[in-house]
Write a protein that binds this ligand. Structure first.
Ligand code: FAD
Length: 463
């Protein structure tokens, strides 16, 4: 007998015979709490998420996913879907329910002539980048290399190529999905176009995506790197940065961060990139590199794959403890800068950071109603990232984020990138973040997931 958490929040139990049926059906296998590999299998990227699902369905293919979804329906289990396991609130797991774990699904196929990639639902960005870069190709992907392609894509997909090639969803050609009734469907512009629209920004609300097909672009040698300033020049740097962003062509990206150097010194950084002819990039990025008196200028030519791992330390490390808050802003007000700099001077952990990611160019030129991802204005995605090593110190570091967030929030919008919304953000923030698209998303949710089986996410209630 295994005790389980059900969809309606009550407890129930599963008998050995029922579990044996699932075991027999799944090529990838089922892991239970008393299995030797349970502890490793239940962990996700955020060490502060310490949950104990009743069973983990390791899916080796789409048929396994169908069996897992059907089993969840029959037994009333609470369900989480895990792609790369990188969700900061830990939506890739739960307490007492089932995890549909796609991590064994790693197939990648590249058609270099047609410039198309197909990746299964357990692929990570570093795996897809490596496969596409072998052909001098890439699509817009996440800036930390072990983020899952599936979760990131379903929320929209921000990355170094978004100015030139749009969001990840703007490059999605089709997706294979197992919907809540266990049916396998292909979603594209011509097949289930309503589902395809919702998948491009609606998060994990509409089914389990087993495979994604992307449009690729020629991308090889790029410019990338950080320019670092001392924290006492951070305010000037951030004021320069906000004006500099307005000058960027589509090929360029500029993010900004307040963080702590490996030597333990709080710093201000501009994180720069250019995807195009290197000489032209040098010219475009020159004002940011000439500004003030940087203590280090680490910008230089590098393969795109290397730039994709530039922010990995310490952000890719599995098991560190994390707590994030996030919102969009169309302006970097002087008051925002003031709170940022003051907050960075009091970082409770050297691994914490305040980040501004700039959205501009191609990603902003798609009409907001064309995909479920509707954040189509030039703006910054602002992230207050709490990150620390010791679980016993969680209260201190979470308090630092919450305290500074209380003072940052009045200078930010009430909406956020859906993939960065915290579990303790108000439900109105989810609604506001989907904006005008929320009503249509609710209607499509009612068609494909009336019982809200897929609810461990930034949830869209069925209409
Ligand atoms: C360090 C870090 C850096 C990040 N950088 C970026 C960035 O540069 N750009 C960006 O856009 N985002 C970024 N993100 C946010 C990231 O996109 C989300 O955390 C995303 O949800 C991670 O996807 P995953 O598959 O790894 O997560 P998981 O934890 O596996 O899942 C997260 C959510 O997606 C759903 N999901 C996952 N796989 C599937 C699937 N196959 N089918 C259906 N639903 C699924 C889950 O149910 C869950 O709700 C970053 C996050 C972190 C922690």
């Amino acid at each position: 007998m295994v005790e389980i958490a059900t969809l309606d929040g009550s407890r129930a139990s599963l008998g050995a015979a029922e579990i044996a049926i699932l075991r027999n059906n799944l090529r990838g296998g089922v892991i239970l709490a008393d299995d030797a590999d349970y502890d490793g299998a239940r962990r996700v990227w955020n060490g502060n998420v310490d949950r104990r699902p009743a069973l983990i369905a390791r899916c080796a293919n789409a048929a396994d996913v169908q069996h897992a979804v059907n089993f969840a329906n029959q037994s009333g289990l609470l369900v989480s879907v895990r792609g790369g396991g990188h969700s900061a609130p830990g939506y890739g797991t739960n307490d007492g329910g089932m995890v549909i774990d796609l991590s064994p699904m790693k197939a990648i196929n590249i058609d270099p002539d047609k410039r198309i990639a197909r990746a299964e639902g357990g692929v990570l960005w570093r795996e897809l980048d490596q496969a596409t870069q072998a052909h001098g190709l890439a699509t817009t992907g996440g800036t930390v290399s072990n983020t899952g392609v599936a979760g990131l894509t379903l929320g929209g997909g921000l990355g170094w190529l978004m100015g030139k090639h749009g969001a990840t969803v703007d490059n999605l050609i089709s997706a294979d999905v197992v919907t809540a009734d266990g049916t396998f469907r292909k979603a594209s512009a011509t097949e289930h176009p309503d589902l395809f629209w919702a998948l491009r920004g609606g998060g994990g609300n509409f089914g389990v995506v087993t495979s994604l097909e992307y449009r690729l672009h020629p991308v090889s040698q790029v410019l990338g790197g950080l320019v670092l300033h001392p924290l006492d020049r951070a305010a000037d740097m951030l004021r320069f940065y906000r004006d500099f962003c307005a000058t960027l062509p589509d090929e360029a990206e500029a993010y900004a961060a307040l963080l702590t150097s490996p030597e333990g010194v709080p710093m201000a950084a501009m994180v720069l990139g250019y995807n195009g002819p290197i000489e032209e990039g040098e010219r475009v990025l020159a004002p940011a590199r000439r500004f003030g008196q940087p203590v280090a200028d680490l910008v230089g030519p590098m393969p795109y794959g290397a730039r994709q791992t530039m922010l990995d330390a310490p952000n890719a490390e599995h098991g560190l403890h994390r707590y994030w808050r996030s919102a969009f802003t169309e302006q970097i007000a002087d008051e925002l800068i003031e709170v940022m700099v003051e907050g960075a001077a009091r970082f409770s952990s050297p691994l914490s950071a305040l980040f501004l990611f700039y959205l501009h160019g191609a990603i902003t030129r798609v009409p907001a109603a064309e995909t479920a991802f509707g954040a189509r204005r030039a703006q910054w995605d602002f992230d207050a990232i709490g990150q620390w090593t010791e679980g016993s110190e969680s209260a201190t570091h979470i308090a630092w984020v919450r305290e500074i967030w209380g003072r940052l929030e009045p200078h930010l919008q009430g909406s956020a990138y859906i993939n960065h919304i915290a579990a303790d953000d108000r439900p109105e923030k989810i609604r506001a973040s989907f904006g005008e698209n929320h009503r249509r998303l609710r209607e499509i949710k009612a068609v494909y997931d009336k019982s809200n089986l897929f609810r461990v996410n930034s949830n869209i209630p069925p209409a």
